[in-house]
Design a protein around this ligand. Structure first.
Ligand code: AMP
Ligand code: MG
Length: 401
């Protein structure tokens, strides 16, 4: 066993990644499937919404001038000549002395310029008596009031929200052009591993990294591909690395021991650009390119695997899919309940609990204890140049939720 000849800083690794990973191309998707997807182009509206003047209240379409002076003591009669319903407009014209029964969302008839709400009306057969005034344009929606033809609706890079889908539908979009979702091949290596759904037995443990990485990839907008556990054999690992996915995530065997096959395979058949990081956990992380695709070598220890994914592979997944490279975690500033020590020269990933407004350090080490991340509410980063923080220091917490 050898140590790492030289450890890269996290910033160097991110710099390498940002120089090599680019947004993927576009694809069309049905509007109904587009929620959460990343819009590839700006969208402008070709139409006005609404495309007609419409009633905003139930009542009677009238000429506002006909209601001047109307009150409960001065009821003004109007002759009801028809009705306008949503989707079924009145065919004729309104005009002086006339009213058209109208429902919310129905087109305002020609000749009318306001809606007299039903509350201001007494109905008697074919006549109504206005008992209040309305001004011109009252209770009507203008053409293009919601969206005007030619106007910008959504910008490229937008992650579509449910209401964005509704707006796109309102302008007649049946499909949208979105950034392709990155396909992430997950290569879980380890002769000791049993597949998801197994019971741990004897010296064998159940794969936690595979399903965790699948969930992380989904969170970051990718499509995980995890066909099964790969034995610690060079041929099997190389075959798995040579996938046609958009990026490859290898779990386990990423260090410099004799069972650590992935780094030398990547160096031999592609490019091992970074290997060994000045961080804890996740020191034995590597990354490079094979057949034009980014490959991330993530340590098998589950906390290291999570942390290395989050720092590097997750960023690549988000960038490939057109999302912001930044972490999707909410941030919170609060003070440390106890002191947190750290070592100069490496970045520490401190799991913490938020307890009554205070941040309680849990652990930096214990890379094999994944439950330390489920007990934690989030993590704090202690930079390379810091020896740690005394109790009471204001720190920034990244919340796992
Ligand atoms: P490795 O990086 O392959 O040397 O593995 C380091 C430690 O993590 C060993 O104790 C492995 O058994 C464990 N480990 C490796 N892969 C996984 C996995 N997919 N799920 C859970 N533990 C793992
Ligand atoms: Mg292993």
């Amino acid at each position: 066993m050898r140590g790492f000849a030289r450890r890269s800083t996290v910033a160097e690794a991110i710099g390498w990644l940002d120089s090599r990973v680019r947004r993927l191309g576009d694809e069309r998707t049905a509007l109904r499937e587009a929620g959460g997807r990343v819009l590839a182009h700006d969208v402008a509206s070709g139409v006005d919404v609404p495309g007609f003047v419409r009633a905003m209240m139930d009542g009677f379409a009238v000429r506002a001038a006909d209601t001047i002076g109307a009150s409960p003591y001065n009821r003004l009669p109007l002759n009801v000549v028809g009705e306008s319903m949503p989707g079924r407009p009145f065919a004729g014209r309104a005009g002086p002395g006339l009213a058209v029964r109208i429902m919310t969302g129905a087109p305002l008839p020609e000749g009318a310029d306001a809606v007299l709400p039903v509350e201001l009306v007494e109905i008697q057969g074919d006549f109504i008596f206005a008992q209040g005034e309305v001004s011109p344009e009252k209770h009507i929606g203008r053409i293009g009031e919601d969206i005007s033809a030619g106007s910008a609706v959504l910008s490229a890079g937008r992650r579509l929200r449910p209401q964005d889908i509704g707006v796109l539908s309102s302008i007649g979009a049946a499909e949208v052009v979105v950034v392709r979702r990155p396909r992430a091949r997950i290569v879980v290596t380890g002769n000791e591993l049993l597949p998801v759904g197994s019971q741990p037995a004897g010296a064998r443990i159940v794969d936690s990294n595979g399903p965790m990485l699948e969930a992380l990839v989904v969170r970051d907008g990718g499509l995980p591909i995890h066909p099964g556990i790969v034995p610690d054999e060079p041929g099997a690992i190389l075959a798995a690395l040579r996938s046609d996915a958009d990026l490859v995530l290898v779990s386990g065997g990423s260090s410099v021991g004799q069972e650590d096959l992935a780094p030398s395979l990547l160096a031999e058949h592609g490019e091992l650009a970074i290997h060994g990081l000045a961080m804890r956990p996740s020191r034995p992380t590597g990354m490079g390119m094979l057949d034009g695709r980014p490959v991330f070598l993530l340590p098998g220890n589950p906390v290291s695997c999570l942390c290395a994914y989050d720092f590097f592979a997750g960023r690549a997944t988000r960038v490939l899919g057109g999302r912001s490279p930044e972490w999707p975690y909410r941030r919170l500033r609060a003070s440390l309940k106890r002191k947190a020590s750290s070592t100069i020269g490496r970045l520490d990933y401190l799991r913490v609990r938020c307890d009554g407004g205070l941040v309680e350090p849990l652990s930096i080490g214990g890379a094999s204890l994944l439950s330390s991340t489920t007990r934690a509410d989030g993590f704090v980063l202690i930079p390379e140049e810091s020896e740690g923080y005394p109790a009471g220091t204001q720190v920034e917490v990244f919340l796992y939720d």
